[in-house]
Ligand binder design. Structure first.
Ligand SMILES: NC(=O)c1ccc[n+]([C@@H]2O[C@H](COP(=O)([O-])OP(=O)(O)OC[C@H]3O[C@@H](n4cnc5c(N)ncnc54)[C@H](O)[C@@H]3O)[C@@H](O)[C@H]2O)c1
Length: 244
């Protein structure tokens, strides 16, 4: 049986690593991003690349219709698309606030809404567990690091959705979890100054940022058999930084 995984933000640092991992694990991967890089056609070896703005709910709905038409099923959804906007709290412009929530939270909400009806449609005898894996952030839990409040709030909202959907769809065999990484070396590092970045990395217990492949390994685990019995959890990945 061919298992189908949809990965959002698949052109980015974490998204590429997650797509590669799921491909290596034998899944057929459909990657979605708002933009692909000039040399991203090399990624077609590991995934089918589709383009959409995931803040557009209508576009999300028709995208998932298309994916289901082509592949006939959706087994795994990884909500990874996101960004971190850095204005200081008193001066966060309204459109930045809306955009931050739309990219990080609304996209996840609408992808779940669009994917779950297809995850629920099963042929008789198919009792495999479907998986939703939301890429949250340590920023929703650690208030010592630099993350701005609208970023934290967008990820906290995502994690509340994780728990709601986990409970709501447990008996339908859909498991829903969040993975909340700390500093992981991707192009998103460019949103902060070198000084802020160096300070945040030096606070990591290993003295280094984490690698996207390390986060992808956890996504692979949840997408596999081990993830069948895990739902409603926020899995913190930070080298043990915040253990008190
Ligand atoms: N890098 C880190 O240290 C870190 C830490 C915690 C959480 N995260 C989370 O990991 C996820 C992946 O981030 P990354 O570090 O790989 O950054 P990245 O910038 O490399 O990748 C993010 C991807 O999301 C895509 N995207 C943004 N808006 C979109 C939209 N409207 N529609 C479709 N795609 C859109 C971007 O084009 C980009 O390819 C994000 O949700 C981020 O919040 C990252």
């Amino acid at each position: 049986m061919d298992r189908i995984a949809v990965v959002t933000g698949a052109a980015g640092g974490m998204g590429q690593a997650i797509s590669r991992r799921l491909h290596q694990d034998g899944l057929t991967v459909v990657g979605i991003d708002i933009r692909w890089g000039a040399d991203d056609d090399r990624l077609s070896d590991i995934m089918t690349c589709m383009t959409a703005d995931l803040t557009d709910q209508g576009a999300v709905a028709s995208l998932f219709e298309t994916i289901n038409e082509i592949h006939g099923r959706i087994d795994v959804l990884v909500n990874n698309a996101g960004t971190c906007m850095m204005s200081d709290f008193p001066t966060i412009p309204e459109d930045e606030f809306r955009q931050q929530m739309a990219i990080n939270f609304d996209s996840c909400f609408h992808c779940c809404q669009a994917a779950i009806p297809f995850m629920m449609k099963r042929q008789s005898g198919d009792d495999t567990v479907r998986k939703i894996i939301n890429i949250s952030s340590n920023g929703a839990y650690n208030f010592d690091v630099f993350d701005p409040p609208h970023y934290r709030a967008s990820k906290a909202a995502m994690d509340a959705l994780t728990k709601d959907l986990a409970r709501r769809y447990a008996t339908d065999r859909i498991s829903v979890n969040s993975i909340a990484p700390a500093m992981t070396e991707t192009p998103l590092f460019n949103v902060v100054s070198e000084e802020v970045l160096a300070k945040a990395i030096s606070a990591m217990p290993h003295g280094t940022a984490m690698q996207p492949s390390q986060i992808a390994a956890w996504v692979g685990f949840l997408a596999g058999d081990g993830g069948d019995v895990c739902s409603g959890n926020v899995i913190i990945l930070n080298q043990g930084r915040d253990v008190r």
